[in-house]
Design a protein around this ligand. Structure first.
Ligand code: CA
Length: 218
């Protein structure tokens, strides 16, 4: 799952960025509100964590733009003050939830999990495809109820596939799920991970359609 973090405070931005990566999210961090819309259009993100108090365009203005362009992404607002007015404006403007600074990392994680869960239709905390089950919270994969040893990146690819619900997921989308900006993407990276996953989960667990993408066989 990939998160876009927008926070202009360098210290807070850095520590949140690190914390989200440690929690196994692919996370990109922007300190400038003006880049947000372009980022959301270019890359698939599963969640936006948006500070209200930004230099230039405020988080609330950005939120209005995002919703008026019908960009469908869960938004968690960060607000500096415990201001009822900001919260009301935020929720009215299309935010899904908010956190008042300072907050506990555990609370941030819990809100994020809830928003990601809410955004996915059914029992997505433990998606299952055939004999393969993923425990999203524990980051564990089971094949026929037996634990399979996978790396964090392999699990991220598998999660994106399983959340595809039997539909084809494009290579670009799979790349988005594992890479942060600025990291070199080799053209065959996804292919390499898919073949590793097939080795662990069975050759026929993942189907490939040339030029379209990959999907889980259910
Ligand atoms: Ca700020």
């Amino acid at each position: 799952m990939r998160i876009l973090l927008v926070e202009d405070d360098r210290h807070l931005g850095e520590s949140l960025h690190r914390a989200l990566q440690l929690a196994h999210y692919a996370c990109d961090w922007i300190g400038d509100g003006d880049q947000v819309l372009a980022a959301l259009v270019a890359t698939h993100f599963d969640l936006l964590v948006l500070d209200i108090g930004l230099p230039g365009r405020s988080g609330l203005e950005l939120l209005r733009d995002i919703r008026s362009r019908h960009i469908r992404i869960p938004v968690l607002l960060l607000t500096a003050r415990d201001s009822v007015e900001d919260k009301v404006k935020g929720l009215d403007g299309g935010a899904d939830d908010y956190l008042t600074k300072p907050f506990d990392l555990d609370e941030l994680y819990a809100r994020i999990r809830m928003l990601l869960r809410r955004d996915n239709d059914h029992d997505q905390n433990e998606p299952q495809c055939g004999n393969i089950r993923l425990d999203c919270k524990a980051r564990e994969v089971f094949r026929d109820d037996r634990l399979v040893e996978l790396t964090a990146t392999e699990i991220a690819i598998l999660e994106a596939l399983m959340r595809g619900g039997g539909h084809y997921v494009s290579t670009k989308r799979l790349e988005d799920s594992i890479y942060s900006w600025g990291r070199e993407v080799e053209s065959n990276t996804v292919q390499v991970y898919i073949s590793r996953l097939r080795k662990h989960l069975g050759n026929d667990a993942i189907e490939n359609k040339r030029g379209v993408g990959y999907r889980m066989l259910t």
